[in-house]
Design a protein around this ligand. Structure first.
Ligand SMILES: [Cu+2]
Length: 161
């Protein structure tokens, strides 16, 4: 009887191992990333809830910070011939600043239909693009030949007030 109890508690018991795998893991606090984590949560709850932006690991793009004056700064990654996120939803009258970072192996830029644009960014370079107060939806894209057609677009979508 005693022998049997030992085996049931051991890691060799498949049922016991399954149980351990199913147990929730404790999250390690990472103090230097708190601001980033909060930003991601804000994005998930407010701006990109419909886009599933929360599902990726911590270093995924899409962080958004809302300043006390309502200015929204969104981090956009250029990666795999895509902007991530590719749609940014804001309320009308929002002051939007895009922080674009090229994480791709080739150069990209970001231009909008109102002619605001970043310079051509080589790998690992980033640029800040102040779109000002946005009242209407804006289409943006990468102007490198063929990239827009390949799907490298970024839309600022103004939601109904
Ligand atoms: Cu491009």
């Amino acid at each position: 009887m005693f022998h049997r109890d030992i085996r049931q508690c051991s890691d060799l018991n498949p049922a016991n191992r399954l149980c351990q795998i199913g147990r929730p893991r404790r999250l390690r606090p990472v103090p230097t990333r708190h601001a980033t984590t909060r930003g991601r949560l804000a994005v998930c709850v407010g701006v990109f809830a419909a886009l599933g932006a929360c599902s990726g690991p911590v270093d995924e793009p899409g962080t958004a910070e809302t300043a006390s004056d309502g200015t929204v700064t969104v981090t956009v990654l250029m990666k795999d011939m895509r902007f991530e996120p590719s749609v940014i939803e804001v309320e009308p009258g929002t002051h939007v600043i895009i922080e674009a970072k090229n994480a791709d192996s080739m150069p990209h830029d970001l231009v909008f239909e109102n002619d605001l644009a970043t310079e051509l960014l080589p790998r690992d370079k980033s640029a800040v693009l102040d779109l000002g107060v946005v009242d209407e939806s804006l289409d943006g894209w990468c102007s490198v030949s063929g990239h827009r057609a390949a799907g490298m677009t970024l839309t600022i979508e103004v939601t109904d007030a």
